[in-house]
Ligand binder design. Structure first.
Ligand code: OGA
Ligand code: ZN
Ligand code: ZN
Length: 387
């Protein structure tokens, strides 16, 4: 058997530490590594993850085995480290499993290995008004994989980036967004035109100021990334403003834990309606992941429906909502910068809130194009570029 193909994945798993010993127990196997770590693997887990061609289809590298088709009490007959350093398990029913040590170490679930994996997960770098804006060049992103990867990592970890040197022909945005992957279409189109219009179907398409917000909080899944590309910006005003929603949530948690709790727990409805569509989503403004970390901000005052909370919760919700909005107006969090033709913003729409100052259409034209790409596309692209 070829070691390189011995797991159900397209990635490679470097050998971090060699297997030095294996000991059979009643319900698990204890594996010892050269760096002295000991990792238990339950029999069921090993049988479930057997990478042999009977258990995993080699073309898709997806599992065909279902663990319920194996007796719950199946035991290994023999366990050993083979000549290539792989863990070899011969089961009592005669089935043979062989585990690549790099793969096995990457999936070990002893406490130390799990803590190590958790610590190695990408972390959001929180920012404030003194952010050094990550800036990238269009030509490099279009031609060079390494430059593309660096940009995508900045989008993932900082959540706000600027790209310069973008052509100003309408539609150019599509090409760079597609460097990541599929564009997420919405009722506003594949690309949407941000211009002041008489028949506006959103406050975004007026010359009003837009307070700090996320786009499409009216959807169960808010778009992960948002692009705003400047074609023309001759009008007075209209500067872009950004805050790190995670940094504000983090400060709120420390400075006003009660308000933080209310925004995590009391759902708010966001609505977007016109003559042809009617989108509504009821969700809390701050979402936490299963580790209790802030994972998403949902906020657009101009899309909010009337609060519908219990009589007891209503004052708490207003207090928390006012506090959150007041924080988005504090200078310590705000980055203000005018976007020029040929520049674009690309930011994490579920984290970084964006705004614009009012502009005066009488002083000149202003035309931006925008689009969305989901976070899954970004993360997948990063992993493939890193392969
Ligand atoms: C939007 C928006 C910003 C701008 O269209 O949702 O936030 O600068 N536009 O016009
Ligand atoms: Zn198998
Ligand atoms: Zn917007």
């Amino acid at each position: 058997m070829n070691t390189a193909a011995a797991f159900a994945d397209f990635r490679t798993y470097p050998l971090i530490s060699a297997l030095t010993g294996v000991q059979a127990m009643a319900d698990r196997v204890l594996v010892k590594w050269a760096d002295q770590r000991v990792s238990p693997f339950h029999h069921q887990w090993l049988r479930d993850n057997c990478p042999c061609p009977q258990c995993v289809y080699s073309v898709t590298r997806e599992q065909v085995l279902e663990i319920v088709d194996v007796p719950q009490n199946l035991m290994p007959g023999d366990t050993a480290i083979d000549a290539e350093g792989c863990l070899r398990v011969e089961w009592q029913d005669g089935h043979l499993s062989r585990f690549d040590p790099g793969w096995l170490r990457a999936h070990a679930y002893d406490d130390e290995s799990r803590a190590e994996r958790l610590a190695g997960k990408p972390k959001s770098r929180l920012w404030h008004s003194d952010l050094t804006l990550p800036v990238f060049e269009y030509q490099a992103l279009m031609n060079d994989h390494e430059a593309l990867l660096q940009w995508l990592l900045a989008v993932r970890d900082t959540g706000l980036t600027q790209v310069r040197g973008v052509p100003t022909e309408p539609g150019s945005l599509k090409l760079i967004a597609q460097r990541i992957s599929f564009i997420r279409e919405s009722n506003f189109g594949v690309l949407f035109n941000v211009q002041s219009k008489a028949d506006a179907d959103s406050n975004a398409y007026t010359a009003f100021n837009l307070p700090l917000h996320s786009d499409l909080p009216t959807r169960e899944l808010q778009p992960g990334l948002q692009f705003l590309h400047c074609l023309v910006n001759e009008a007075e005003g209209g500067e872009s403003i950004f805050v790190d929603g995670f940094a504000i949530a983090d400060a709120l948690r420390r400075e006003d834990p009660q308000a933080f709790k209310s925004l995590c727990e009391i759902p708010v409805e966001f609505r977007n309606k016109d003559r042809h569509s009617d989108y509504r989503c009821l969700a809390p403004i701050i979402a936490l992941d299963n580790l209790g970390q802030v994972s998403e901000i949902r906020m657009a005052n101009f899309l909010r429906g009337p609060f519908d909370a219990s009589v007891e919760d209503m004052p708490k919700l207003y207090r928390a909502y006012r506090r959150f909005i007041a924080m988005t107006r504090e200078d310590r969090f705000r980055v203000v910068q005018r976007l020029n033709p040929g520049e674009l913003w690309c930011f994490d729409n579920r984290r970084t809130l964006h705004a614009r100052n009012a502009f005066d259409p009488a002083t000149g034209a202003r035309h931006f194009q925008g689009c969305y790409v989901d976070r899954d596309e970004l993360l997948s692209r990063i992993l493939v570029l890193q392969r």
